[in-house]
Design a protein around this ligand. Sequence first.
Ligand code: G3H
Ligand code: 13P
Ligand code: ZN
Length: 339
Amino acid sequence: MPLVSMRQLLDEAAKGGYGVGAFNVNNMEQIQAIMEAARETQSPVIIQASRGARAYSQDRFLYHLMLAATELYPEIPTVLHLDHGNSVETCKSAIDMGFTSVMMDGSLLADGKTPSSFEYNVQVTKEVVELAHAKGVTVEGEIGCLGGIEDGHGAGGDGLSHLTDPAQAEEFVKLTGLDALAIAIGTSHGAYKFTKKPTGETLKMETLIEIHKRLPNVHLVMHGSSSVPKELQDVINQYGGKLKPTWGVPVEEIQLGIRNGVRKVNVDTDNRLAITGAIRKVLMETPEKFDPRDYMKPARDAMKKVVAERMVQFGQAGHAKYYTPVPLTEMADLYAVPV
Ligand code: G3H
Ligand code: 13P
Ligand code: ZN
């Protein structure tokens, strides 16, 4: 089937009461790992690319790899989503290239670091909603800012400085008409989220529950949702890596989120850890090897394992068969009907 809109996936997920993992990609092996995991678990899936990923793959390589994915895995409902679009222009260029969903992250200014004003956020998000919905493309916005800056997106700090205000979230949704809302509840991008297992003091699940109570029909998005499992850290360190001890978001907290309106769960770091650990292992154990396939295959397998595990944990496994793709033109007609 063709790439589908994220709105269709999230609406289905809400009906079924499950979450959908949104996994970041930069290259062929990562796309293959996700599609194989989706086939094995029969899952609908969101594949997302950041601005960095688009630059790395020169955009067109990525797009054509995604077309190959839809050709080779026709039974898997697949979304191509822009992660953390920093401006209206970035979102527009993604829509023009064929992304079926975009994130306008107006919680930060275009530099991806400076927290913006509420008015700026409403204005840019609304502008993207207008141009995206006219083409049937889904829009994710963000209110409140994630912490961390190590991978270039985030307001810095520990994730607690710019938490989402539930009343403001309600206002933001009303003013923008977006499809999915990313919220800040204490998570950060990257491996270094928490210095110990998070508690209610550092991971604000109560705020999420309060937002869901105010916005029961809005699809919520959890960014920075890698669990950073110790086993993956250990493989890297066992084979010459130097990761400091760190904690991510426990899967049971994500599952609590899913029971409270979370439909999209962003995971990148766990896959990066799995890939790097697998490559380090091959290179350390068999230093005579130099064929990239000797380490890229285990890396791809390691990522597939993580993704398949998350698909089962988030509840999307087994749901691929329930989709009849709605063409983007039809989505555009639906958006055009006043509510
Ligand atoms: O939002 C962050 C994702 O992990 C993507 O990171 O900008 O390094 O590709 P990136
Ligand atoms: P992690 O760094 O926790 O994987 O978060 C990824 C993310 O939020 C991408 O937008
Ligand atoms: Zn993110």
